[in-house]
Design a protein around this ligand. Sequence first.
Ligand SMILES: NC(=O)C1=CN([C@@H]2O[C@H](COP(=O)(O)OP(=O)(O)OC[C@H]3O[C@@H](n4cnc5c(N)ncnc54)[C@H](OP(=O)(O)O)[C@@H]3O)[C@@H](O)[C@H]2O)C=CC1
Ligand SMILES: O=C(O)C1=N[C@H](C(=O)O)C[C@H](O)C1
Length: 268
Amino acid sequence: MTVLNIAVAGSTGRMGRTIMQTIAEADDLRLSAALEQPDSAYLSQDAGSLIGTPNDIIIRSDFAAALLGSDVLIDFTRPAGTLAHLAVCRQLGIKLVIGTTGFSAEEKEMIRAAASDIAIVFAPNMSIGVNILFKLLEVATRALPTGYDVEIIEAHHRHKVDAPSGTALRMGEVIAQTQEKELEKVAIYGREGHTGERAADTIGFSTIRGGDIVGDHTALFAGIGERLEITHKASSRQTFAAGALHAARFLANQSSGLFDMQDVLGLR
Ligand SMILES: NC(=O)C1=CN([C@@H]2O[C@H](COP(=O)(O)OP(=O)(O)OC[C@H]3O[C@@H](n4cnc5c(N)ncnc54)[C@H](OP(=O)(O)O)[C@@H]3O)[C@@H](O)[C@H]2O)C=CC1
Ligand SMILES: O=C(O)C1=N[C@H](C(=O)O)C[C@H](O)C1
């Protein structure tokens, strides 16, 4: 069996730890590097000790050197970090799984450009359920007549720093594209004050932050006399980690190109 060597950026974060734990439980994957920022208090510690099983992989910040011997980098950090890692991976020819959210349109274009040289899976949500939700939104949007107001509601833990979530934005893009519109021209991000009546043919976004909510997303199609609600609720980050590692395995057979979880899961 071919073993895939996986480097993890943001290794001490919520997702980084979950991914390292999932790697430790897989017999076809090996943790090849655990990466953190130069000012991290975790540098020089055993990465495995963070998940209860020391593994002699030392947490380090010398990114380019640490990546040598890795097949794929999995990055759940912040946009600035991911873009820095992207440049190094492009230079070294290392495949990349990007889970980080909160990118601008220009930053997403930088990821697309790098995919001409390396294979990248870039997805705001790596769970199977959410990626099936995206397909359900296409069906519902296509089937519903006009006159159904679209609202997207998302809820996450108190530590999340970007809003709306990347998943919510992708849900809006799927609906808008199915309606043959551009999301940025129809999106309403939050409401306050005297807003006047709701404009038809817009997509509203609502954001809830609190507690340890892992990630809930609802698309609400509100008509007259009825409403349709399609909801996904994540109960553990393990669902995202499993998806990210499926994405890493998918990239083993790709030399370049930009992919998402619809490609990894064969849902396209
Ligand atoms: N696609 C998906 O399925 C999912 C995506 N996400 C996304 O993944 C990202 C991380 O989420 P989560 O793990 O909860 O966040 P955490 O804050 O728990 O972890 C982020 C990690 O990245 C590190 N980091 C922060 N900034 C930088 C930087 N500039 N360069 C390098 N490393 C950096 C942090 O280090 P330090 O602690 O020292 O700052 C930390 O180790 C978010 O964007 C989130 O939206 C989350 C879950 C699922
Ligand atoms: O920050 C999180 O936790 C999550 N972020 C992603 C997003 O922004 O959609 C995915 C998931 O909902 C968890």
